[in-house]
Design a protein around this ligand. Structure first.
Ligand SMILES: [Zn+2]
Length: 348
């Protein structure tokens, strides 16, 4: 099913690519359409819902893509873009990641909790923990989980090249970058406030929950060398720590009823599958955004349990089918560079 194109109204490629990318995440589309009453008075929620519904209804067969107009979404979002990100004219070229953050923030505020949409947008919880290597005291930031920020998007940082012999042109995958982001990092020359030693501190990310929709963003200016090819991983697994509080409650309930407890605080596997990629070409001041979107996986009609999905390049109005290798193994790193990779997670 060919997804519809979105016409470029002024310089809206940055918004079109994000909307195309989000629309290709099945749980996002389902949640925003399911919560009919969600964010009833929020103009942004209403317009995004209308557009996603139109996108769903106008998905063509194998024929020419139909074209929809995103102006109403941008108009509704304009006051928020101004207030949250200082974007005064959404019709001028802007940053796709900034728009995505503002859009998801507005939708999360409008979505009632509990609702599917609220759960998806505020899905993950992580914080950072620092530990003194001398006295082993640790500090979590924030100290209490209740104050930890919910997240959907992780801004990845470039991992160091493993050795001086690793050429800068060695491709790196999104899952490798995520692992590196999660890996403990040792920083020297730090004075511990507990033992007063000047020593090393180990910083690490502590997870409580992984989100159902995960956006991995690779900065296209600054720290990342644009000549290093990025390969969006098609699938990867993250181990999410078990929910100790829920496990304790289940164990207490089981003990009270003299039944054996089946629940535990053991880690759970979250399998992430790539749904779409927002890519960027050109320089940070003069670039163009496009999206690769994957049609939802549909079971093959032979009943053999196989599935079929196809990749499309959504370039504003134009939508065309592309081989999966174009998306997963982009050969020319500098031309169409993965910027935001949208994943859907299933706990297994
Ligand atoms: Zn110490």
């Amino acid at each position: 099913m060919t997804p519809p194109g979105l016409c470029n109204v002024g310089n809206s490629c940055y918004a079109n690519a994000v909307l195309q990318g989000l629309a290709a995440v099945p749980i996002f589309g389902e949640a925003i359409l399911a919560d009919v009453a969600a964010g009833g008075r929020c103009a942004v929620s209403q317009e995004v819902r209308k557009l996603i519904l139109d996108m769903k209804l106008t998905s063509g067969g194998s024929g020419r893509a139909r074209v929809l107009n995103p102006t109403s979404v941008l108009r509704a979002l304009a006051p928020e873009l101004r207030a949250q990100a200082g974007i005064t004219n959404p019709m001028l070229p802007q940053d796709a990641h900034e728009l995505m953050c503002v859009l998801l923030l507005v939708l999360s505020k409008a979505a009632p909790h509990p609702s599917k949409l609220h759960k998806i947008i505020t899905g993950g919880q992580m914080r950072s923990v620092m530990g003194c290597t001398a006295c082993k005291k640790t500090w979590a930031s924030p100290p209490r989980w209740e104050h930890a920020q919910d997240y959907v998007c992780i801004m990845l940082t470039p991992p160091p090249l493993t050795s001086v012999a690793t050429p800068i042109s060695t491709p790196i995958s999104s899952s490798q970058m995520l692992r590196s982001y999660m890996d403990p990092e040792t920083v020297g020359g730090w004075t511990c406030e507990a033992c007063h030693e000047t020593t090393d501190v180990v910083r690490r990310v502590q997870l409580r929950r992984m989100p159902k929709m995960l956006a991995l963003c690779v900065p296209h200016v600054g720290a990342f060398d644009r000549s290093r090819p990025i390969h969006p991983s098609e699938r990867f697994i993250v181990m999410q720590p078990g929910d100790a509080a829920a496990a304790a409650a289940a164990a207490a309930a089981a003990a009270a009823s003299s039944a054996s407890s089946a629940s535990s605080a053991s880690p759970r596997r979250v399998m992430y599958t790539l749904c779409s990629v927002v890519s960027h070409t050109g320089s940070s001041t003069n670039g163009h955004y496009t999206a690769y979107s994957r049609t939802p996986t549909t079971p093959l009609s032979d009943g053999g349990g196989g599935t079929l999905s196809s990749w499309y390049l959504c370039d504003d109005e134009s939508v065309k089918s592309v081989p999966s290798d174009t998306v997963l193994f982009p050969s020319d790193a500098a031309s169409r560079r993965p910027y935001i990779m949208f994943y859907m997670g299933v706990v297994g």
